[in-house]
Design a protein around this ligand. Structure first.
Ligand code: AMP
Length: 272
């Protein structure tokens, strides 16, 4: 496996499948390498870049877990062909990290009032790094985890609106034994907190049993609050637009909740 530190070296790997990550890799990321390999596109390239442009909270950026050497080793073991670990943020953004996203943000990024309402500018940063990585690596396909459902829908809309020649390969959410969706931020929780955070999945399951969206939202929110979470949102939405559910269309339950000062997000099917 080749480790690339400078964007100019990416040119020789154009046309493959990109697995964009922010590192501190776990089984959720590695499952996306599996999806990428199964896609038949080559090479399989993993990018490991903690993208400053998508953090609205400097403290969150500072404490984000980083372990690039371990990440590279894990990618190699899982069968990736190339890992792009930029030597600096300037390698991705030669014009400086503060330059704004130049395109139009897809409606699903901002209209639903979910992630972007709590993390202003987050999706501008996500779209900026996404389009930039596509420009640098020119992949034929890219993976997106369903764990970050709004990000996945944003990527779909962005690629369609900009007519980017990139096929999206989604991957299902991989969970820890207690039900918590795997996330690099989970490392910042205490051992007990990590087990307790399985309550998020339990609350989504309970909401699903209720079936009626408004009642399910109420039940899920109350349940997490009673369990000591600070709930930002617990909502049932249209699975694609993330606006209010409409009859006959797929729904999704989406959650953001804070435990031990760590912000956790999750989502699941609803009413299937
Ligand atoms: P991140 O490193 O958090 O930016 O995530 C990189 C990619 O991995 C994104 O497409 C995420 O949606 C995906 N991902 C993160 N956690 C999981 C998980 N638990 N299961 C599946 N995909 C995940």
């Amino acid at each position: 496996m080749e480790i690339v530190r400078h964007r100019d070296e990416l040119r020789q790997h154009w046309g493959g499948v990109l697995v964009p990550t922010m590192g501190a890799l776990h089984e959720g990321h590695l499952s996306l390498i599996d999806r990428a390999r199964e896609s038949g596109y080559a090479p399989v390239m993993v990018s490991v870049f903690v993208n400053p442009a998508q953090f609205n909270d400097p403290e969150d950026l500072r404490r984000y877990p980083r372990d690039p050497e371990r990440d590279a080793a894990m990618c190699g073991e899982r069968g990736a062909d190339v890992v792009y670990i930029p030597g600096s943020a300037e390698d991705v953004y030669p014009e400086g990290v503060d330059a704004p996203f130049s395109g139009a943000l897809p409606p699903v990024a901002t209209q639903p009032g979910l992630e972007d309402a709590y993390r202003p500018g987050h999706f501008a940063g996500v779209c900026r790094v996404g389009t930039r990585l596509f420009e640098l690596a020119r992949p034929a396909a890219a993976t997106f985890g369903e764990k970050d459902w709004q990000q996945y829908q944003t990527a779909r809309q962005l690629i369609a609106a900009e007519r980017l020649p990139v096929q999206i390969i989604p991957g299902p959410t991989v969970r820890e034994p207690h039900g918590l969706a795997m996330s690099s931020r989970n490392e910042l929780l205490s051992k007990d907190g990590r087990a307790h955070a399985g309550q998020i999945k339990a609350a989504m399951d309970a909401a699903n049993e209720v079936g009626h969206p408004a009642t399910a939202e109420r039940l899920g929110r109350d349940r997490l609050q009673d369990a000591g979470f600070d709930v930002e949102y617990f909502v049932v939405r249209d699975a694609e637009t993330l606006l209010a559910p409409e009859p006959g269309r797929a729904m999704r339950v989406l959650v953001a909740a804070v435990l031990e000062g760590i912000r956790l997000i999750d989502n699941d099917t609803f009413g299937d």
